[in-house]
Design a protein around this ligand. Structure first.
Ligand SMILES: NC(=O)C1=CN([C@@H]2O[C@H](COP(=O)(O)OP(=O)(O)OC[C@H]3O[C@@H](n4cnc5c(N)ncnc54)[C@H](OP(=O)(O)O)[C@@H]3O)[C@@H](O)[C@H]2O)C=CC1
Ligand SMILES: CC(=O)N[C@@H](CCC(=O)OP(=O)(O)O)C(=O)O
Length: 334
């Protein structure tokens, strides 16, 4: 059994992690933690999330002594803000833990990227170089060989799963940058209250035009520039992305379909649509990314849908953990 600590367990991504890991046959949850100052410290997680009553009645502990809890853990999931993960991951790694981080703190191997897009100076360039980007369907070999796994962002997961097969098959004319429009539910902003995400304020609105930190994350890992526009929608969870790309002259819909099937037929957590395109309702509460597409002349529109808290965060992290430790990829997820 792997002794497992979940930090940030009271957050939206954290509680999903606890739910999956609680039913994992090789995981023993030894701690669920929040910040040292948290008003939730000492509460039972099921007091905050009553759906867990009788299933997970663990108490949230304040993270006051990292070294002490690190000594007791084999695996640590960080479902914490980027700066918090940046500070915590090296401490757990030092104690030999395998760290799966859901934040953006270890996703791009460039300290300058963090200064520019995250507003802090990254202090650990040598660890950044050791981190594996945990895009489970594409990076299994790298995931197996590291103790630091940077689980991809929610929008980057939906976007890259949609575009990568077409690039890998050499079908895209990248002179025209892929254009990704993606709408997220409000849980993407986390549990903390803020005016921008309060009930009466949210309708449907793009944000971060040309400046969102996920644009360079997507471009860096696809290896080609993209235009990425996120939008906030008035629903609790889910991300639906449309990625519009230019095909090379003569590329057919059959070739596009073959590229997706070649990429994902042996990947159980990506579901392909042979006709039509996915809707959010088909993936909410599930660990899948669903993908469909349409071709017209030299253009293809790929539609991808996922639950931002699951394939966009927590189930993806558990999938990476399964790969890292040699368990079946879908263990505890399906
Ligand atoms: N929400 C989403 O759709 C996605 C989120 N992510 C990433 O996952 C991470 C978590 O996101 P989300 O669940 O939405 O965030 P939340 O704001 O919902 O939860 C954050 C959690 O971290 C805890 N926390 C805050 N500060 C500390 C600290 N110093 N030490 C330990 N725990 C701390 C909070 O508890 P308290 O403040 O009480 O201490 C809370 O449990 C973020 O990095 C986010 O970018 C990634 C993909 C998708
Ligand atoms: C709707 C919403 O606010 N979404 C967040 C992204 C979700 C998230 O937590 O981002 P990471 O993938 O970087 O961890 C945002 O746009 O900042």
């Amino acid at each position: 059994m792997l002794k497992t600590l979940i930090v940030g367990a009271s957050g939206y991504a954290g509680v999903e992690l606890v739910t999956y890991l609680n039913r994992h046959p090789h995981i023993n949850i030894t701690g669920i933690a929040v910040s040292a100052q948290s008003p939730d410290a000492g509460k039972s997680l099921s007091d905050i999330y009553p759906q867990l009553k009788g299933r997970v009645d663990l108490r949230l502990q304040p993270l006051t002594d990292v070294a002490a809890v690190a000594k007791e853990a084999d695996v640590v999931f960080l479902a914490t803000a980027h700066e918090v993960s940046h500070d915590l991951a090296p401490q757990f790694l030092e104690h030999g833990c395998v760290v799966l981080d859901l934040s953006g703190a270890w996703r791009v191997n460039s300290a300058e990227f963090y200064t520019r897009y995250y507003g802090f100076t990254h202090q650990y360039p040598e660890l950044l170089a050791q981190a594996a980007y945990g895009m489970a369907e594409w990076q299994a070999e790298q995931i197996k060989q590291t103790n630091l796994i940077a689980v991809p962002g929610c929008y980057p997961t939906a976007s890259q799963l949609a575009i990568k097969p077409l690039l890998a098959a050499g079908l895209l004319n990248t002179d025209q940058w892929p254009v990704i429009n993606a709408t997220s539910g409000v849980s993407g902003s986390g549990r903390k209250a803020s005016l921008n995400t309060s009930f009466c304020e949210v309708s449907l609105q793009p944000y971060g035009l040309f400046t969102h930190r996920h644009q360079p994350e997507i471009s860096a890992h696809l290896g080609t520039p993209v235009v990425f526009t996120p939008q906030l929608g008035s629903f609790p969870r889910g991300i639906l992305a449309t990625s519009t790309c230019r095909l090379k002259p003569g590329v057919t819909a059959e070739q596009v379909a073959k590229a997706f099937h070649d990429a994902y037929d042996d990947k159980p957590l990506v579901r392909l649509y042979d006709s039509g395109v996915p809707a959010l309702k088909s993936v909410i509460g599930l660990p899948f990314c669903d993908i469909g597409f349409a071709v017209d002349g030299e253009h293809v529109i790929v539609v991808s849908a996922e639950d931002n808290l699951l394939k966009g965060a927590s189930s993806h992290a558990v999938q990476c953990m399964n790969i890292r430790f040699g368990y079946p990829e879908t263990l505890s997820l399906l």
